[in-house]
Design a binder for this molecule. Structure first.
Ligand SMILES: [Zn+2]
Length: 417
């Protein structure tokens, strides 16, 4: 069987034919050049307007990198024709295997982009002997295509989240669809201002905003205002993930203050290295950590009391009826207010003043998936680590959409990976 036969099978072009193939010593080892020629009767397509136009002349032959075969780099070699277009003037033709001035074929770019979903970008670059930038460009193509093609219809439940990136309090605003049947990233914007979030609602459009049933978010004031304004008909939910995250922050604050206090007073360092022991749910602890927790629980420390208060609050989410949940919430807050632990009291005050939003949780259950907010947040952090190597906002956005956007992909005649 000839190489041309294989190529015809995996990537056929109506107006072009594969001619000869020849080995070459490439920069990274053995390479294969496959010459492409236009069919004799076919007129070139103008890259300006997309119409068939008479040929003008031909440019020098160029290489377009294709998907490698058995560890051999494969390039298409083709001399682009120029067209004489009455509308656009003299223009290079448009070819079906690559776009614009791109040196990589579209098939190869999708190939790299797909691998970049599974591996760190630098790993993909190393394996396929290309550069990190080439992988980045490929992923960008996939994301731009996917975002343009995705459907935003029928979204019922969304979650608004913020995530830290770079050192020193820089944030991104993320919006997810968090329904049991569909979890995906819908929006990324710089900072966590009202404007960051407003951009999402503008993109979604009025009709789809009006169809939103639930919006989950933290009590971040700039978000609250925009949500009330743009998704006024949706039930606003203060969700489990954000409440427990606040509680963990308070717990850590208590612990850190107490570590300092104990050290200053010359007591034994029982709280050292106990951060994860206190923040994790008991069922997620390792054996060593459980031992550490048992040791801690023997002391009547403020950290331990805060820990117990948090664990007690977990029961809130198990209620079925908002009425009983409300009673539980008020009891719990009263108890915390008597605890004299300031960071926990702050959480209790916040929960009290947003009781309605908190109780909305019981309405949203069933549509909004309980663990979705936390799950997406963890995945976002992982995606940012995997794409490690850039500091630009555009790069972070591309990486997040690629990994979490559940973006559509074109249908190919052949799936290369
Ligand atoms: Zn034209």
């Amino acid at each position: 069987m000839q190489l041309q036969t294989i190529l015809h099978r995996v990537q056929r072009h109506k107006s072009f034919v594969y001619r000869g193939a020849a080995f070459r010593d490439g920069a990274t080892g053995l390479a294969l050049d496959v010459t492409i020629e236009p069919r004799a009767n076919g007129k070139p397509i103008c890259s300006g307007c997309g119409r068939r136009r008479p040929g003008y002349d031909r440019l020098p032959a160029r290489r377009f990198q294709f998907v490698p075969l058995w560890g051999i780099a494969v390039c298409f070699v083709y001399a682009l024709r120029r067209v004489d277009c009455p509308r656009c003037g003299v223009k290079a033709e448009r070819v079906p295997w690559a776009s614009g001035k791109e040196r990589l074929t579209t098939a190869y770019q999708w190939f790299l982009a797909r691998w970049a979903k599974r591996l760190a970008w630098q790993q993909v670059a190393d394996i396929f002997q290309t550069s990190w930038n080439t992988v980045y460009r490929a992923v960008t193509l996939a994301v731009l295509w996917g975002v343009a093609q995705r459907s935003l219809d029928g979204i019922q439940g969304i979650g608004v989240d913020e995530i830290a990136w770079r050192k020193g309090h820089q944030y991104l605003t993320l919006v997810y669809q968090i329904e049991a049947a569909c979890k995906r990233l819908l929006w990324v914007a710089a900072e966590r201002t009202a404007e960051s979030l407003r951009g999402f609602f503008t993109m979604l459009g009025e009709a789809r905003c009006a169809a939103l049933e639930f919006v989950c978010s933290d009590m971040w004031q700039p978000y609250l205002g925009v949500i009330a304004e743009c998704a006024g008909r949706a039930v606003h939910v203060l969700d489990r993930y954000h409440v427990m995250a606040r509680m963990n922050q308070a717990l850590d604050e208590v612990r850190r203050a107490e570590v300092k206090q104990l050290e200053a007073d010359g007591h034994e360092p029982v709280l050292k290295h106990s951060r994860w022991v206190l923040l994790k749910r008991p069922e997620n602890l390792t054996e060593d950590q459980t031992a550490k927790l048992n040791e801690l629980l023997r002391y009547n420390l403020r950290s331990v009391r805060s820990y117990l208060l948090r664990e007690e609050f977990q029961r809130f989410w198990e209620y079925r009826s908002p009425y009983w949940a409300g009673r539980f919430l008020r009891d719990w807050c009263r108890k915390v207010m008597r605890s004299r632990i300031e960071p926990m009291k702050k959480v209790a005050r916040m929960l009290r003043s947003h009781e309605e939003l908190l109780l909305n949780w019981f309405e949203a259950e069933g549509v909004v998936s309980a663990g979705a907010g936390e799950g997406m947040n963890n995945k976002a952090k992982l995606a940012m680590r995997k794409a490690y190597g850039f500091g630009t906002l555009r790069g972070v956005k591309i990486a997040l959409y690629h990994q979490l956007g559940a973006l559509p992909e074109p249908k190919f005649a052949h799936e290369f990976c």
